[in-house]
Write a protein that binds this ligand. Structure first.
Ligand SMILES: *Cc1c(COP(=O)(O)O)cnc(C)c1O
Length: 408
């Protein structure tokens, strides 16, 4: 996708990008300081609506909160989605502060502490156990509190998914219990005092290939319907993962949601209905829900020409938006979409390199991009900043102030 398509997604007014309907320089004045992250409520809603109308009605939508744990965002989504997935005690607290029922919150992650497990059991949320040890800790906490814990087994599948930005299933993994060991774990613990609702398979993240996602979902349904025979009760929870990607760099093509949805319709009407009729399928998404609704807004502090290269030095950088600098797990650094937010559609173009304010060459936000000619105090916008932005960045690095976050 090209930068102008990202600009069009937000809309413009009088030569300015609009976020949440407000021209960017006015929003910057409202926020009161740069840099900041802004998340567009209408774009969030649009994304949820697109998913709802494409996916089968039986599929529950879950928000993987680690993608964007800003409480206002989580609260907004909680009223529109069915579930929230958390990965720490703090995320659990944020989720429980929303209107989502505790029974609709799930807790995943390979290193849950005994204290977090106790909190989760007390809260009544669904704990996705990732090892036999964890299963024993859940049972012990339930015993101590006099509560029957709700449990699902996270399975490390016996297949791998290609084309994911990050693979999280298949082969040796710290995530989940290897599929071949699940029957033994269930034999040992499934009738030992927990309410085992079903299974969770999460194969990978940031996948733009609909056919690969569809194939992973077919294999997941197949795997889980085999494992279901080892449960004392019918499968009620069938978390198929997600991994839906968004386009970050120009060569990325957006995911064909229709193709993914078509496959899900076939699975829901076919093997899921036949083999696991009581199962509620769940699709769990982080980045796809929130990534495209967010921008990171910085201000130009300096413009300098060094031996033929024009640098725009902005007041933000990799300490807030690590991913845009190419240092968040990317094999090759490529430019994220970027714009001069208060000069969209300007006809004067120049090739510039946008760098952050940190004293390290890693703090590179856009290299050799064509942008309208920008002055000191102009607003440089980095798109695709709604997921894995602020909380996935090394904010303490060099000791600058934390940026504001607003939902508009
Ligand atoms: C990180 C994570 C997600 C979200 O991944 P995205 O690529 O942001 O959609 C979903 N489920 C689990 C278990 C995760 O760890």
């Amino acid at each position: 996708m090209k930068p102008h398509e990202h600009i069009a997604g937000f809309g413009t007014l009088g030569g300015e990008l609009r976020v949440g309907g407000m021209p960017l320089s006015r929003l910057a004045a409202r926020v009161g300081s740069t840099p900041f992250f802004a998340y567009d409520r209408a774009l969030l809603d649009r994304r949820v609506d697109e998913l709802r109308s494409a996916l089968p009605a039986q599929v529950e939508l879950s928000f993987a909160m680690k993608a964007n744990p800003m409480p206002a965002v989580v609260h907004h989504l909680s009223g529109r989605l069915d579930r929230i997935d958390v990965a720490s005690g703090l995320e659990m607290r944020t989720a429980l502060d929303t209107t989502i029922l505790a029974g609709q919150v799930s807790f995943a992650g390979p290193g849950k502490t005994p204290a977090e497990i106790r909190q989760a059991v007390a809260a009544g949320i669904l704990i996705e156990v990732e090892s036999g040890t964890e299963f024993r800790r859940v049972l012990a906490a339930g015993d101590q509190l006099g509560i029957e814990p709700n449990v699902a087994v996270r399975v490390n599948p016996d297949f791998a998914v290609k084309g994911s930005g990050m693979r999280m299933g298949g082969g040796p993994q710290q995530f989940g219990i290897d599929a071949e060991h699940v029957p033994a774990v269930l034999r040992d613990y499934a009738t030992a005092g927990a309410n085992v609702l079903g299974f969770h398979v999460f194969a990978g993240s940031q996948n733009l290939n609909a056919e690969i996602i569809a194939e992973a979902q077919r294999q997941t349904v197949d795997l889980v319907s085999g494992l279901a025979e080892h449960l004392p009760t019918p499968v009620r929870y069938l978390n198929l993962g997600g991994g839906f990607g968004i386009p970050y760099v120009e060569k990325d093509q957006p995911l064909d949601l229709g193709a993914v949805a078509e496959n899900l319709h076939e699975l829901v009407d076919g093997p899921i209905r036949q083999r696991m009729p009581e199962a509620r399928p769940v699709i769990e998404l982080g980045r796809y829900l929130v990534g495209e609704c967010g921008v990171y807004v910085t201000r130009v502090l300096d413009r300098k020409v060094s031996r033929g290269t024009t640098f725009l030095v902005v007041d933000g950088g990799m300490h807030h938006q690590l991913a845009a600098s190419g240092n968040f797990g990317q094999a090759i650094r490529r430019n994220y979409p970027v714009a001069v937010g208060n000069r969209v559609g300007s006809s004067s173009a120049e090739t510039v390199t946008v760098v952050g304010c940190l004293c390290t060459p890693l703090d590179l936000l856009a290299k050799d991009v064509e942008l309208p000619e920008a002055d000191i105090d102009d607003l440089i916008v980095i798109f695709q900043a709604g997921a894995y932005g602020l909380t996935a960045s090394p904010t303490a690095f060099l000791g600058h102030a934390a940026p504001a976050e607003v939902l508009v």
